[in-house]
Design a protein around this ligand. Structure first.
Ligand code: PNS
Length: 165
């Protein structure tokens, strides 16, 4: 049977660290479903449509993936898609407490879906959407940390270049 993992997140915006996770996940799973869900603790910079567009463009080289969005509970989405696992990336120790809480709550809500943590590549240990947005908002160069489309959209969002027609 096909082994399917949901890779959930805010993806506001997708970074090279997220792409690294997809690559690593595809070595373990037959299919990865990258799904944007709502994190009530975060206000987003990009709309869902903008985030989907950036994800589609950034992941177009992968074949065994799907890209989706869902408004409810992650485990409900996982059950709907018959997923075996939830894939999450672990960077530094600072991620641990939140990830542990999330994984335990998800397990309480649905015992059939396992959370699998993968360590992100060393290059991306300090990369996060939040720190990238902060740097970009002040005109900092985030080239190499995000896919080219994200770099472009960040510059547009923060008015460092005008929108392409
Ligand atoms: O990229 P993020 O912001 O760390 O991702 C967190 C996310 C979106 C995966 C998490 O907030 C989530 O699963 N949201 C959907 C609602 C839900 O199921 N929450 C967890 C159990 S209460």
């Amino acid at each position: 049977m096909e082994k399917v993992a949901i890779y959930p997140g805010s993806f506001d915006p997708i970074t090279n660290g997220h792409i690294d996770m997809v690559e690593r996940g595809l070595r373990l799973f037959d299919k990865i479903i990258v799904c944007i869900l709502c994190n009530p603790g975060k206000e987003t910079l990009f709309t869902i449509e903008e985030r989907l567009e950036m994800i589609r463009e950034s992941l177009k080289k992968f074949t065994n993936i799907e890209i989706d969005r869902f408004d409810g509970l992650l485990v409900d989405y996982g059950a709907k898609r018959n997923a075996n696992a939830i894939l999450r990336g672990m960077r530094a120790v600072s991620d641990f407490e939140y990830e542990f809480q999330l994984a335990l709550m998800n397990r309480k809500l649905n015992r059939k879906i396992q959370t699998v943590f993968l360590m992100t590549g060393f290059r991306w240990i300090f990369t996060s959407s939040s720190i990238i947005k902060e740097a970009a908002s002040f005109g900092g160069d985030v080239t190499g940390m995000v896919p080219p489309i994200v770099n472009q959209k960040l510059k547009e969002k923060f008015n460092f270049i005008s929108k392409s027609s």
